[in-house]
Design a protein around this ligand. Structure first.
Ligand SMILES: [Zn+2]
Ligand SMILES: [Zn+2]
Length: 181
């Protein structure tokens, strides 16, 4: 989604639009790696406005992801939603060390600066970034997922197995005691 800056009205531009996951190269790469699948369009609700010589983009990016549960490996579908607040600027400040181009995450909201040149800004890279940031690092099918048996690999959500896992549990308990001390 490209926005011509001259066409942004004084009061700002409210945009509600969907984009296919296939139109984002990084999301394609993630899907191709087998990590997860994006089964639905990316739904964007953004307000674009001019702030002096910058362009402010605020709003939400949301979609869903199908991803294996970290405990039981069963595919599970989870909602992804990210609030963003990005300022596009022609003059990125010179910073030492890692640049802040990717934004700083403050309380579930990404606030940052993005560079642009010419007469238009391209929203796709920023949108793609929000989806990538919101991917869960440890997705769970449900909070109480019992996971797989460490011995036989049985899915303990379906049925308990006959393995004697007391030894594992004792070790785990010992570990917990250690951490408490
Ligand atoms: Zn699970
Ligand atoms: Zn077992």
């Amino acid at each position: 989604m490209k926005i011509i800056i001259d066409r942004i009205p004084e009061e700002g531009l409210d945009l509600v639009f969907d984009e296919k996951p296939e139109s984002f190269p990084v999301l394609n790469e993630i899907e191709a790696s087998g990590e997860c699948v994006f089964p639905e369009p990316i739904h964007n609700e953004l307000t674009v406005s001019r702030v002096r010589d910058m362009v402010s983009v605020k709003g939400t990016v949301e979609t869903r992801v199908r991803i294996p549960c970290a405990r039981c490996l069963e595919d599970t579908e989870l909602p992804l939603k990210k609030r963003l607040n990005i300022y596009f600027t022609r003059n990125m400040p010179e910073l030492e060390g890692p640049t802040t181009k990717d934004g700083v995450e403050i309380r579930d909201e990404v606030i940052g600066l993005a560079p642009f040149e010419g007469e238009a800004i391209e929203l796709d890279e920023v949108i793609q970034e929000q989806v990538v940031i919101s991917l869960p690092s440890r997705p769970l099918c449900r909070a109480e997922c019992k996971g797989l048996c460490p011995r036989c690999g049985a899915d303990l959500n379906r049925e308990p197995c006959d393995c004697d896992t007391t030894r594992y549990n004792e070790q785990f308990a010992a570990l917990k005691d250690l951490k408490l001390k």
